[in-house]
Design a protein around this ligand. Structure first.
Ligand code: ATP
Length: 232
């Protein structure tokens, strides 16, 4: 049947000090859907993520989480309600061990064991400080526990930035598993192949508005390149 709208941005105008960056952004992401937000540098992709996660309050417009108006709520309140921001993957505590990091999100031993079963790379190193993991392993450590308690919405701003190619595949597999568990994903990503591999819906941001939004199947590969050159 028709899946519910998990996150809805309506007519968002937002920016910094004098400068407005978003001039009326409309976006809807359903539960169990990955929406990839594309656009040239400076188009406002990160700003859109910040508005979605509650780090930036829009001048006008509304943010709804599962039908509830959350526009005036900050990030902590919003994360309790089910919107999480994955800021370039980190969000882990480097001085704590892997197991301690997982325990912050997953109190139950059995939940942590489920993570270790799924990610052997973490299992073998549960007592080492998280800071000794590679960037990609840290990204997996940050995202893996979400699979046990999938958030309603996950905002991921370039989750593969700076990661080694083998780990990038693992990170995207994890994101699709979250999607399959019902999470609505707002994904900002520059890697065209990954976008085509995982996105259900693609939206182009241009001049502070969504200029095109549609199913991934309707996206022509060369339009991805155009989007980044600012011609899309
Ligand atoms: P990129 O791909 O380069 O990250 P983006 O699409 O994510 O670009 P944003 O980071 O949202 O774009 O930036 C949009 C505009 O807002 C840019 O012109 C940027 O210079 C400006 N901007 C971003 N953050 C701030 C800030 N904290 N203070 C003032 N201006 C900012």
């Amino acid at each position: 049947g028709e899946r519910e709208a998990a996150l809805t941005l309506h007519d968002i105008h937002a920016g910094y000090d004098g400068a407005l960056v978003l001039h009326g952004v409309d976006l809807t992401i359903k539960s169990g859907e990955i929406l990839a937000l594309l656009g040239p540098n400076g188009a406002g992709k990160t700003t859109t993520c910040r508005v979605a996660a509650g780090l930036l309050t829009p001048r006008t417009g509304t943010v709804h989480l599962a039908g509830r108006d959350t526009t005036r709520e900050g990030p902590v309140r919003r994360s309790r309600a089910g919107i999480l921001l994955a800021p370039e993957g980190r969000g882990i505590f480097p001085a704590l061990t892997i197991d301690e990091n997982l325990a912050l999100y997953l109190g139950e031993r059995t939940d942590r064991d489920a993570v270790y079963d799924r990610f052997p790379v973490l299992a073998g190193r549960r007592t080492v400080p998280a800071g000794s993991l590679s960037g990609g392993e840290q990204q997996i450590l940050a995202l893996a526990p979400l699979l046990q308690r999938p958030p309603k919405v996950l905002v991921a701003d370039e989750p593969s930035l700076g990661l080694a190619p083998q780990v990038v595949d693992e990170v995207f597999r994890l994101l699709t598993e979250l999607r399959d568990a019902g999470t609505a994903l707002l994904l900002v990503e520059e890697k065209a192949a990954e976008i085509l591999g995982v996105a259900d819906t693609v939206a182009y941001l241009a001049q502070g508005r969504v200029s095109w939004c549609g199913p991934r199947a309707d996206v022509q590969a060369d339009r991805l390149t155009e989007a980044y050159l600012g011609m899309g």
